[in-house]
Design a protein. Structure first.
Ligand SMILES: [Zn+2]
Length: 198
């Protein structure tokens, strides 16, 4: 069975949000139009405690975009975003949420970030996404959401690693593009690692 994965379609990643992805709102009608084509729709939700160490404000003297070490990994510092229970962490009101059967929250450990919906960035802990999809006999996942060069990319790569046939629906993604070309490089990397790009 196929499942549609909605990656982090949250207010803070949309125009006006704390970590807004340019033209991120253009994916909303694309995602809504897809929902009826899938028997199973799962959404990931970035869900950080207020003291999450990916926030630049947690590192005095450091700025957004700079790097620190977190759990032994290079970590880009982000503005505070998707704090648990905040409006910014909510899914967009323009997303038809009735179709979502399961929400997978990630980034809950203050000491490590989690771009992928399946694992934290050091792969120390697994979310319930993989086991849930398997329990539903899903063998193919299709991805839309935000952002192409971070959470969409890492979720897609992990899906391939876990043995799911993985399809990126390119009309339904937008990226941060911290460096020019990041989105294209992300798509190229996904394709080279076995993600089908449509
Ligand atoms: Zn985050």
């Amino acid at each position: 069975m196929k499942s549609l994965l909605l990656i982090d379609i949250q207010n803070d990643f949309l125009p006006g949000g704390a970590l807004a992805v340019q033209q991120g709102d253009e994916i909303l009608p694309v995602a809504n139009a897809l929902l009826s084509q899938y028997e199973l729709v799962v959404a990931t939700q970035d869900w950080h405690p207020a003291d999450h160490q990916s926030f630049a404000g947690q590192h005095p003297g450091m700025e957004v975009g700079q790097q620190v070490q977190l759990a032994g990994l290079d970590q880009i510092l982000w503005p505070e975003h998707c704090v648990q229970g905040s409006r910014g962490a909510e899914f967009s009101a323009q997303l038809n949420q009735e179709a979502i059967q399961r929400v997978i929250r990630k980034g809950t450990d203050p000491l490590i970030d989690s771009y992928s919906g399946f694992f934290d960035n050091a792969r120390r802990k697994e979310t319930e996404l993989g086991s849930y999809l398997r329990s539903q006999q899903v063998d193919e996942v299709h991805l839309v959401g935000l952002a192409t060069d971070y959470c969409v990319k890492f979720t897609a790569l992990d899906a391939v690693d876990l043995g799911f046939r993985t399809v990126l629906l390119s009309k339904g993604i937008r990226g941060v593009e911290l460096n020019l070309g990041d989105c294209q490089r992300a798509v190229d990397e996904m394709r080279s690692r076995g993600v089908e790009v449509r």
